[in-house]
Design a protein around this ligand. Sequence first.
Ligand code: SF4
Length: 291
Amino acid sequence: MITSIRASALTNYPDCPRRAAAGLFRVEIEEEGFSLRRTPQGGGATVGTAVHAAAALMLTEKAASGVLSPLSAATDAGIDSLRRQLEEAGDGMAWDAPGRGGGTADPAAAETQIVRMIRVYREQIAPGVNPMLVEERLEAEFAPGVVLTGQADLVAREHGTVRDLKTGVNMPYSAPQVGAYSLLTRTCRSVETTAAQIDFIPRVSPKKEQPPAQSVRVPLVSAETAAVAVLSHIVRDLTVFRKGDSAGRILPGDPWAFVSNPKSVLCNPKYCAAFGTEFCREHAGSEGGDE
Ligand code: SF4
């Protein structure tokens, strides 16, 4: 049996390994007799996916011809992505409450945000990029029977820079994910990656002015070390879930193979497929009480 671990899952794993396991190993956990929930699709994530679709279109064109595709074509790709996602999610969308979060309160707000965030990417980020690889799916064996998979947004010719596009309310920490992309690119494509960077486009309420993009460097050696450290933890935890650990008093199939963190800000039904299931009851005891 081959187990795949997505690079995009690495950053959040330490925040609550059990929540991450419910996403990574759903089939295996359900085969142990646990039922997991389906989490709704967030409006913010929907906007992010649409902006990524537009960025990929622009950069793929630039890699092929040296010229970015027109803003209108990129915007069409973003709106098409939004429509497809809304159709697939049906009633399973979780929009921001009015005046809260990033202001993605409904499809109209999402569309407004997508259009202006694509414009920011095209005007402020894309002109300075010389793409080598765009959204190329890569995978490599990390341990016997365990494969790391990932799709880096972009590897630029400039210094073999791994660049990850992020959208959201705040710029997220994502060193392990970016480090994994770098390792995959070097292993699978023999590209000597020497730098990493996050390109961040803030998502704010349509009533507010769109802020500019920000680009920040990520220390590459440290990011790659973080990726390997988190991956090693995941493989150890999964092995304990499968075989148990008598020294740790954990039987095979015990949810405690994956430590839980009910203090995580993402410990709620919107983000966690284990919330309120037999796979995790820890959140029930996390309310109230001073330290
Ligand atoms: S319910 Fe909370 S503690 Fe349990 S897995 Fe989900 S996020 Fe972690």
